[in-house]
Design a protein around this ligand. Structure first.
Ligand SMILES: Cc1cc2nc3c(=O)[nH]c(=O)nc-3n(C[C@H](O)[C@H](O)[C@H](O)COP(=O)(O)OP(=O)(O)OC[C@H]3O[C@@H](n4cnc5c(N)ncnc54)[C@H](O)[C@@H]3O)c2cc1C
Length: 107
């Protein structure tokens, strides 16, 4: 009788354990050991976010709105500290917003 131990119940470990289980006869055992109790689907974990507006855009407000809405949502879910946010803009200074037709004047 074989005793298979899979270390790590992540994306690879879980799939591997099911594959091995299916291929082995029922006289063999397959155990999965993980460092934490809950399963984490790694691609769904929060990563860095880049929010920005394209050069030539006439209105920059929606990019700010999106950044602040996302910031609030991340805070509500208590994961804001795990998600670095980068804001990219061609505005001459933060908060310019394209007001006064800056883009049109600069053409
Ligand atoms: C933001 C992001 C998006 C991604 N998007 C995709 C995608 O779209 N498509 C794609 O194919 N791949 C994607 N990947 C990559 C994919 O998630 C990884 O390649 C995959 O999760 C690796 O699988 P793994 O089983 O090797 O590691 P993991 O899934 O990280 O699993 C490792 C497991 O081992 C456990 N562990 C660690 N140390 C110990 C210990 N000492 N004892 C016991 N258990 C332990 C951990 O808790 C974890 O459960 C993405 C990754 C990230 C970060």
């Amino acid at each position: 009788m074989a005793r298979v131990i899979v270390l790590g119940a992540g994306t690879g470990g879980m799939a591997g354990a099911y594959e091995i289980r299916e291929k082995l006869g029922s006289q063999h055992t397959v155990s999965v050991i993980n460092e934490r109790e809950d399963f984490q689907f790694v691609p769904s974990n929060p990563g860095p976010v880049v929010v920005g507006a394209m050069p030539g855009a006439s209105c920059y407000g929606p990019a700010y709105e999106y950044a602040f809405i996302l910031d609030k949502e991340l805070r509500n879910n208590k994961v804001r500290d795990r998600v670095p946010m980068i804001y990219v803009t061609p505005e001459p200074y933060i908060g310019h917003l394209g007001l006064g037709g800056w883009v049109i004047q600069s053409r």
